[in-house]
Design a protein around this ligand. Structure first.
Ligand code: SAM
Ligand code: SF4
Length: 344
């Protein structure tokens, strides 16, 4: 059976009510991860160990108009939340305009961003005013030398200031991402706990994912998220109850702590069952699965708003071919070189 098309109807296209975007396994896709650039000034050892290199045959980045058209088409199909990511999204000169445009698309009720935080202090107020609701800042270590050796930049204090600023500006949610790395930062749980005792931050530990560019690194430094969940239980933290519509993070809380801890483990059983994500790369390619074998260029339909119906048909068609799950456990990561390409 191809999707439960009668269950949820969205905005009208002409006189026809549009069914939600869904796949053959009855999953609904309401969350767009939009990479606005694949450029980055960091060299995270698990992501871009040699730094950003422009590919010679790369298409130009999506323009503001193309982004607007893409988001509007997806919003009609039931997408309600958009995360702007990259590469480093704050390297886009027009990032404030992008936030402003995306947050005003009818049907979009949440705009979030994932960033390394470097340009955040300059842009934060304008982003908040433009309509950014929540922000995830990557902090892979709380120890300055380690942070520098992981990310290739001695800028932990700048990143921590970005987190404090986000808290003070009243963003709806402030989250911190840390990739869990065996023998690199796996002893830091107590430090993160201390840090979030009096701060309403969700720290999310992300299990390292294998890509074409980090194969050897992955073998050395992958650590199962289950190990961390065990440590959290041992330290008296309790898992929050989950339902089918929850994201991939397993969240833990403890009495006396304002913050909470999430564990995102792509290798755990059931990760794909609750998938609700659509991914669009900065070059206009649709990815129906983070670790899929294929990307589908939507560029031809993004240029003008009158292409919306054709764009929606194209997107729908590709989702009907979405596989039930990725095959990371078999060490198959599709055609992914690194996550800076499409924003994780
Ligand atoms: N540059 C921004 C940043 O680092 O927050 C946004 C883009 S980055 C690709 C998005 C998230 O993916 C970051 O939290 C990063 O740590 C995470 N990430 C990148 N490569 C990863 C990998 N191979 N495994 C797990 N997480 C990864
Ligand atoms: Fe850049 Fe983010 Fe990748 Fe680090 S994880 S290299 S900050 S895109």
């Amino acid at each position: 059976v191809h999707g439960n098309v009668t269950a949820s109807l969205n905005l009208e296209r002409g006189s026809v009510l549009l069914p939600s975007l869904s796949d053959s396994f009855n999953r609904r896709f309401s969350y767009l991860r939009l990479s606005v650039t694949d450029r980055c000034q960091f060299q995270c050892n698990y992501c871009l160990p040699s730094g950003y290199a422009k590919s010679t045959d790369a298409q130009p980045e999506l323009s503001l108009t193309e982004i607007q058209n893409g988001v509007a088409a997806l919003a009609d199909l039931g997408v309600q939340k958009v995360r702007l990511t990259g590469g480093e999204p704050l390297l886009r000169g027009d990032i404030v305009e992008i936030v402003h445009a995306v947050s005003r698309v009818p049907g979009i009720d949440e705009v979030a961003m994932t960033t390394n935080g470097v340009r955040f202090s300059v842009l934060a107020s304008a982003l908040r005013e433009a309509g950014l609701h929540s922000v995830n800042i990557s902090v892979d270590s709380l120890r300055p030398e380690r942070f520098a050796s992981i990310c290739g930049r001695s800028s932990l204090s700048e990143t921590l200031s970005a987190v404090e600023l986000a808290l003070s500006l009243g963003f709806k949610r402030v989250k911190v991402n840390a990739v869990l790395l065996r023998d690199i930062n796996d002893d830091e749980l107590p430090m993160y706990m201390q840090w979030i005792k009096d701060r309403p931050i969700v720290v999310r530990f992300i299990e390292l994912m294998e890509t074409a560019d980090n194969r050897e690194f992955f073998v050395k430094h992958h650590l199962s998220g289950a190990d961390l969940m065990q440590k959290l239980s041992n330290a008296g933290w309790s898992p929050r109850s989950r339902n089918r519509l929850d994201g991939p993070a397993h969240e833990y809380f403890a009495p006396g702590y304002l913050g909470s801890v999430g564990v995102i483990s792509a290798y755990s059983h059931g990760f794909c069952q609750s998938c609700n994500r659509v991914r669009l790369t900065s070059r206009g390619e649709l990815r129906t699965c983070l670790f899929g074998e294929q990307t589908h260029s939507l560029r031809a339909w993004l240029k003008a708003p009158d292409q919306k119906a054709a764009l929606q048909d194209e997107i729908r068609r590709h989702f009907l071919d979405k596989a039930p799950s990725h095959r990371l456990a078999e060490r198959s990561y599709g055609n992914v070189r690194h996550l800076a390409e499409m924003g994780g």
